[in-house]
Write a new protein. Sequence first.
Length: 329
Amino acid sequence: MHIRDFEIDQLPPAEKQSVWLDIAPRADGGNWRLPLLTVIGAEEGPTLLVLAGVHGDEYEGIAAIPQIFRAINPEDLRGRLLMAPICNMPAYEALQRSSPIDGLNLARVFPGDADATITRQIAFWLTRKLLSHADFLIDLHTGGIAYEIPTLIGYLHDSGELGRASQAAAAAFGAPIMWGHPLPLPPGRSISAATSMGIPSLYTEAPGGAGCAPDVVECFRDGVINVMKHLGMISGSLRQRRLTHHLVGDGNLDTVIDAPIDGFFQREVSLLERVTKSQRLGAILDPTGLELAPVKADQDGALIMLRGLPPVQAGDGIAHITQLYQSDN
Ligand SMILES: [Zn+2]
């Protein structure tokens, strides 16, 4: 079935289904398809949309979704659970973050365009057929092959209705780190599309590095199920990790400390380390070990992202610093 013909409202109550929806023809025959797992509850309730594989090299969310699917019994569910475990199939097959077909990053083109290239088409259909029916969105990311980020739940840090709903759900998710982002969110993300549609959202990050860490898969699985309990979709107590850090800052990993020159990045700091402005974070070396350029902190704060893949080209993101949350009390 082409995704344009798919209607969530026609799915029967009290049933689980897994379907493959066609999005666009492949050059080698067949179609690019979206796998979709749905659990429709026996009773009415909220619709939760969970996405993974928006970037093709981020694996823990892809692994967590089938575990969540198996754990949820439609007879016990109030509402609808919609989960797309691999949103960007071209990037996933190519083992890379962005699409090998049009070079686009799916997390920069929401809400998409049905008449453009494949990545924008995927964003369009995710928005039109899934997100527009959702009461809440969780987008499961990790650092992928290149970036190290601690396991965290990202939320909208704002005193308005959407921000309050997002922060409360982030606390329920139960990741070791909460990272709040003030408005406006950078454009093109699933969560920025959700925000503009009035839908509260969360996203995750995790260390990445091309593997699929079981502890991160468990954290994501428990976290989504915790949010379902928080939203009243299922009953039961929460299984949370102890909160170690609550951070707030711009979450735009497109505007970070960049490599000043091509070379080999050698770090001198660790994730979550507190650093001060102009402190050395590491250096770019040539193959003989000669230092070509230092890499320095652009502000005081805590290191939330470090490049894990040492070879860099000028302009690649290397590090990002954010702030510790200062509560009012
Ligand atoms: Zn990602």
